[in-house]
Design a protein around this ligand. Sequence first.
Ligand code: TXA
Ligand code: MG
Length: 356
Amino acid sequence: MRAKMIKIDPADPDRQAIKRAGEIIRSGGLVAFPTETVYGLGGDGLDAGSSSRIYRAKGRPSDNPLILHIARLEDLYKVAAQVSASALRLAQEFWPGPLTMIFPKTREVPYETTGGLDSVAVRMPDHPAALALIRAAGGFVAAPSANRSGRPSPTMAAHVEEDLGGEIDMILDGGMVGIGLESTIVDLTEDPPAILRPGAVSQKMLSACLGRVEMDPGLEREDGGLRPRAPGMRYRHYAPRAPLTIVEGERERVAAYVDSQVREKIQQGQQAGVLACEETKDLYQAGLVKCIGSREADDTIARHLYQALREFDQEQVTCIYSESFDTPRMGQAIMNRLLKAAGHRIIKLPDGGDRD
Ligand code: TXA
Ligand code: MG
């Protein structure tokens, strides 16, 4: 049976719909719901069976822990064995919001939810429908992104239906999400605190609150000796079906290089997609060019990235080229996802400069 799709007003969701969805989760079922970052696949996070169902529905490796979503700060103490002063400061500053924190877990939290770890990831989303659902479901909703494992995270209900419609009970359709990339994950159990996954709450914002905050060195390279500390960041992820290559350098040079590659592919009978932005889209002459936003307002790029990757899949392109989006605010998060989608395939073109 396909999941029941119910449209809701994200700012003021229908109470009956939320109540039904809450009952489904309380009785061990799965409901996909919108958050401010991406759609989540929710189940009862304190119930081992529900968490196991989430892994099965997504086809997710069982050692990749889930994020536990709460709606009230006091509920944190039921699942976190220790809450440091720094954690509390971040919660006060950024919750509800796109920030996930890692805590030592209490016995209430089953190992099925934490992928066998003694720590638990907790977040309070900034979305009225998500918060209402968490309350209706009993307060503790385990929710990974609602995509089939390995696919780009869903930024609208149709993406969830496409990936998981046959596996889950209900989808709450609250329209397109606001941010479009998953929450920042920060580990405060070590000193200095480390960002395990960059997101809309940036390193700069965290440092302004806590002082020194590091990026997990394991994020930097894929094949280095260091493994990312968040298990989920170790998998190839966020990936479109066609191989993606990032091309970095001066705008005109990038466009000329991409054009030449795309023309070559087209001659071989392939279909090529290009990820570009407002500032550069007119420089490209070949291939299926998608403008995903503006560098000036880089939240627009974050918001449309996953959608564009999914569209390329549907349009059956056989290869994708993207410029690098090392923009000031969302750049760390955008490039982290883009590099993963590309399997770290990046071509750095030399600058033209005076040598020409
Ligand atoms: O924005 C988000 O965080 C979305 C929405 C739905 O809230 N959720 C999300 O969940 O992105 P998911 O499961 O797709 O990603 C969770 C990430 C994984 O990389 C996982 O390994 C990491 O969080 N994680 C969870 N618990 C952890 C823990 N105890 N220690 C380290 N990493 C953890
Ligand atoms: Mg995910």
